[in-house]
Design a protein around this ligand. Structure first.
Ligand SMILES: [Zn+2]
Ligand SMILES: [Zn+2]
Length: 262
């Protein structure tokens, strides 16, 4: 069992300490667990979100490096919130050579957080989802290094529509472009279970499409922000991807990919 995306109290929204999270990982017998605390410089460039506490990268890196000695299954990761304005910040502030693993994610579009009501205000679903997906496509050309593309479909999490689904057929042009680019660039696609609907980010339908296009590199992510949710839905996710044809998870140590049987 693995969990390649978890948050600790180093993140502004983390609820459990790094030690408690690692102890939970140990209890569950995780073969691999990545701490991927938020580096949200995307918010730092939006005035109304400047209040979000930013990660102390130096303290975080030093603390997790030390913890890895006691918890060898741990990996030192970071989640970069993509925005064109934040790219140079990441290049300057993240010691990429010391990291095991880098996540690239999209949380903001048009200067608004896709998790908040203001993003959806006055927008049709097609426009709200389409703009988000185009931002994900753009994030794949980020200037900074990264390994995995995180939670595609994040925009659905708090969407106010009666039907918040993102059917592949309606967005296939941009989704195909994203999936092909992930494959061409040798990146990994994350299967993120932190969503209230009975599926994942991305959905099984999109994961199947990725497989059809030749994609094989996926990883499992609970995106837990507290101990109780570490590894959540791992079994369901494993079964879903095994049914599609995937045979291994890809995880990273010192930025090098390793395969772990599903
Ligand atoms: Zn995220
Ligand atoms: Zn996260």
């Amino acid at each position: 069992m693995i969990d390649a995306h978890t948050h600790t109290k180093f993140s502004f929204d983390g609820k459990s300490s790094a030690v408690d999270m690692a102890e939970r990982g140990k209890e569950l017998g995780l073969e691999y667990m990545a701490f991927t605390d938020h580096c949200d410089r995307d918010y730092a460039h939006i005035w109304r979100y400047k209040i979000v506490r930013q990660l102390n990268v130096k303290k975080y890196v030093a603390a997790i490096k030390e913890m890895k000695e006691k918890y060898p299954f741990l990996a030192l990761g970071i989640e970069c919130g993509y925005s064109e304005l934040a790219e140079n910040d990441y290049l300057k502030m993240i010691p990429f050579s010391e990291m095991d693993y880098i996540l690239n994610s999209v949380h903001t579009v048009d200067g608004l957080d896709c998790y908040t009501a203001s993003y959806f205000s006055g927008r049709e679903k097609k426009d709200a989802y389409g703009k988000y997906l185009h931002k994900v496509l753009k994030s794949l050309d980020a200037k900074y290094p990264f390994d995995t593309v995180t939670h595609i479909g994040f925009v659905r999490k708090n969407a106010p529509y009666a039907d918040a689904s993102m059917p592949l057929a309606e967005y296939i042009d941009v989704i195909d472009e994203i999936l092909k680019k992930i494959i061409d660039k040798g990146k990994t696609l994350e299967v993120n279970s932190n969503i209230k609907y009975k599926d994942f980010m991305p959905t099984a339908e999109i994961l199947k499409r990725y497989y059809e296009l030749g994609g094989r590199s996926i990883t499992f992510a609970s995106d837990a922000h507290l101990t109780a949710r570490v590894g959540e839905l791992y079994d369901v996710a494993s079964e879903t991807v095994r049914d599609i044809g995937f045979r291994y998870w890809t995880v990273y140590r010192e930025r090098k990919p390793l395969h772990i049987e599903i």
